[in-house]
Design a protein around this ligand. Structure first.
Ligand code: SAM
Length: 204
């Protein structure tokens, strides 16, 4: 008997990656017209994924500290035919999220996506940092709408990654259960430091 191709598999046919889990959850909950934040645009894979989910009536606000990352993101959006007016790209740290959030988005953000670490193929010293990540996470949950989703892909394997992993875990574990559901998805039988996905849902 053959097993049908699983729809939720990673590229190698295994269980979803950390980013794969995040995308599954986002695809399950986001709707056309949604307002979402990509806290780490990088090469734009997540921004494009979000832009497609929210459609031309929605909006993606994407941050990255590197001009190179935002150029790659814009190019990816353009080549996919995404209307530039649907995605605002901001070259600054996500720790300034509170300053850049449009007034009408406050308390009404449908999803915020963090994909931590460094720009693949880019400068590996420009990594997200525990201190600024913590600031951005706090602002992000504060501004989620009821039923809004926050996902965080964490990479403990690089230098500084363990510290950031600890910071994310401490922060996530401190969220009040009456307001938030918090889950962690990660491989548990690998010796190395595999990426993990955190999901935070603001109760509606
Ligand atoms: C793993 S990459 C993101 C991958 C990306 N989401 C994608 O789909 O290609 C992490 C990104 O975070 C960016 N970054 C580092 N510190 C940051 C900060 N304080 N605020 C926003 N972005 C930051 C890096 O420049 C890098 O491009």
């Amino acid at each position: 008997m053959s097993i049908a191709s699983p729809r939720l598999a990673s590229a190698s046919g295994g269980l979803p990656s950390a980013v794969g889990w995040a995308h599954l959850l986002l695809a399950d909950r986001l709707h056309p017209g949604a307002r979402v934040v990509d806290a780490t645009a990088g090469n734009g894979h997540d921004t494009l994924f979000l832009a497609r989910l929210v459609g031309p009536t929605g909006h993606v606000l994407a941050f990255d500290v590197q001009a190179e990352a935002l150029a790659a993101t814009r190019a990816r959006l353009d080549s996919a035919g995404i209307d530039p007016a649907c995605c605002t790209l901001v070259q600054t740290g996500h720790e300034t999220l509170a300053e850049h959030l449009p007034a009408e988005w406050r308390g009404g953000v449908d999803a915020v996506v963090f994909n931590l670490g460094y720009l693949p193929g880019g400068d590996k010293t420009r990594i997200t940092q525990a201190d600024t990540t913590r600031v951005a996470l706090a602002v992000a949950v504060e501004n989620l709408s009821p039923g809004g989703l926050l996902t965080i892909a964490v990479y403990p394997g690089h230098e500084g990654g363990r510290e950031e992993q600890r910071a994310v875990a401490d922060w996530a574990e401190s969220l009040p259960a009456r307001e938030f559901e918090v889950q962690l998805l990660r491989p548990i039988n690998r010796a190395a430091s595999p990426p993990e996905c955190w999901a935070v849902l603001k109760k509606g």
